[in-house]
Design a protein around this ligand. Structure first.
Ligand SMILES: Cc1cc2nc3c(=O)[nH]c(=O)nc-3n(C[C@H](O)[C@H](O)[C@H](O)COP(=O)(O)OP(=O)(O)OC[C@H]3O[C@@H](n4cnc5c(N)ncnc54)[C@H](O)[C@@H]3O)c2cc1C
Length: 484
């Protein structure tokens, strides 16, 4: 007779603390198998990159110090088929996932697979996002009560784990995934706690002062995003640590601003949970006819960090190499692509999904749409990259690091290299158009063009009608569609 087991299916919840599926699996009293699947179908999907898999791999190696994790380089159904050939699976416990179309379809298939075998699949709320939310007006209250609830205390020492040594899963992950890359934040629950402690010990002191600066922001912002996105920490753990500190902290303003962003985290994912089409379609359909063609060369220049606008180029090169940009710089590069280059947001969203180590679909797509000005309910912001450069990277520290070909120029020319005179070109041994490109657009003209186009659409009747629907669904009263 096969041994009866409970399976905990890990997804974006790579931790043991405050983990509802582990907690309930432990309560069920059957031997437990904890499983993670490195799904090849996701690996080849447009939004995944080696950096994400490496972070997941590092998180699993860290988890294995606390609990046995069975992991497989294979699809979910085939992994569970293999488990089911050796064990009688009674229950599967996992967290709800607000993912893209591909993971949504995979979950639907998995649900059928479980139903056909009489296996109970129980999913638990992952964060402040409410599945099948009936009333958006209730959301803030529900979010707050979820954050204040006592975290799940998993008693690993009282759990029994099934012996899985007879299962030979594929561990042959592509080798770059298994090798540490020091350019990226390393994954893992232990690492997440170090980052959290470090932030609350001192880094948050200059949080609001530096939040929009590309260089200092890398230090003063929490840098918790990949750990939250991949579930090394629950958002509730972060919230509770922050509110605990708030009682005695000297820097209350900074902490309050930080806490408000934890709510934004879930607020954005809730939008995606309630309207999965946001992966592909404009939130406000009145904007559908704008930016219909992709100009490959322009997009290529943007991706490669060769637009001729130093701060934009520095950001694009930096995110490619490190997986991180602070919020303002993310907003600015999206604004540059969608407003100044007038390209569809979808093309940039796909690219940056691969590049952001903290890629979280539920934040990523709604934020992209907001910055591209296609929601109809948010202020349209067309960032001027020269102004951003002069204000947010005043001494050009960040640009010097990421666009080294400009390093030898004085700061005022680094912000605007096209202003260089021929005498200065000789003096600094720098030739515009050779070492560094001419600007690919005139941002004064392109900014005006974008503003005029967007304001015209947003003041039209269709956009206003659509905006009412958006407000109802995403900010006030609405209903949820996703009930996988
Ligand atoms: C186009 C675009 C795409 C984005 N894509 C992602 C993404 O894929 N994953 C992601 O985690 N964030 C995304 N963000 C939001 C934001 O830029 C990052 O969360 C933040 O920069 C992460 O750095 P941090 O952890 O140091 O942030 P902190 O300022 O320390 O904030 C703490 C946490 O609050 C949340 N948070 C902060 N700012 C925001 C915000 N504006 N919206 C929603 N949540 C927020 C994050 O979970 C973050 O880790 C995106 C923003 C833009 C403009």
């Amino acid at each position: 007779m096969k041994l009866e087991v409970s399976v905990v299916w890990l997804k974006r919840d790579l931790r043991v603390e405050d983990h509802a599926p582990l907690f309930y699996a432990a309560k069920f009293k059957l031997p437990v198998i904890v499983v993670y699947c490195f799904e090849p179908s996701l690996q080849s999907h447009y939004d995944w990159d080696e950096r994400h898999w490496r972070f997941v791999y590092e998180s699993i190696i860290d988890l294995e110090k606390k609990i046995p994790v069975v992991w497989n380089y294979g699809e979910v159904i085939s992994t569970f088929e293999e488990l089911a050939s050796q064990f009688t699976i009674k229950n599967v416990f996992s967290h709800e996932e607000t993912g893209t179309d591909i993971t949504y379809k995979r979950d639907k298939e998995f649900k059928k697979w479980c139903q056909n075998r009489g296996i109970l699949w129980k999913e638990y709320q992952s964060n402040g996002v409410v599945r099948a939310l009936r009333d958006r007006g209730e959301w803030v209250r529900l979010w707050a009560s979820h954050m204040r609830r006592v975290p799940f205390k998993v008693r690993i020492e009282s759990m029994s784990f099934a012996d899985t040594s007879m299962i030979s899963f594929d561990h042959e992950l592509p080798s770059p995934i298994k090798s540490l890359d020091p350019s990226f934040q390393p994954g893992g629950e232990s690492e997440a706690h170090k980052v959290l402690k470090d932030f609350f010990d001192h880094r948050y002191f200059d949080y609001m002062k530096n939040i929009s600066t590309p260089a200092q922001g890398r230090y003063s912002c929490s840098r918790l995003s990949p750990h939250i996105s991949w579930g090394n920490l629950s958002i509730r753990q972060v919230y509770q640590e922050a509110t605990k500190l708030l009682k005695e902290a000297p820097q209350k303003k900074n902490l309050l601003q930080f806490i408000s962003r934890l709510q934004w985290h879930c607020h954005f994912i809730q939008k995606f949970e309630d309207e999965v089409e946001l992966e592909f379609k404009n939130m406000n359909r009145a904007f559908d006819h704008l930016r219909t063609t992709v100009e490959k060369e322009k997009v290529r220049s943007w991706m490669d960090g060769k637009t001729g606008y130093p701060l934009v180029d520095a950001c694009m090169r930096c995110v490619d190499q490190t997986g991180y940009l602070n919020f303002r710089m993310r907003a600015m590069v999206v604004s540059f692509l969608t407003h100044h280059l007038w390209q569809p947001w979808q093309v940039g969203a796909k690219y940056l999904a691969q590049k952001f180590l903290d890629y979280e679909p539920g934040i990523h797509f709604p934020q992209f749409q907001m910055q591209a000005g296609v929601t109809g309910v948010n202020t349209i912001r067309v960032y001027n990259p020269i102004k951003q450069s002069e204000e947010k990277d005043e001494d050009a520290l960040f640009i010097r690091e990421w666009v080294p070909e400009l390093k030898g120029l004085p700061t005022h020319l680094i912000h605007c290299p096209w202003k260089i005179t021929s005498m200065e070109e000789t003096l600094y041994q720098f030739k515009l158009g050779e070492q560094y490109p001419h600007p690919i657009v005139d941002v004064m003209e392109s900014g005006k063009f974008a503003r005029d186009k967007l304001f015209k659409v947003s003041s039209g009747e269709m956009a206003r009608d659509e905006s009412q629907k958006v407000l109802k669904k995403h900010t006030n009263r609405g209903s949820s569609r996703r009930t996988s």
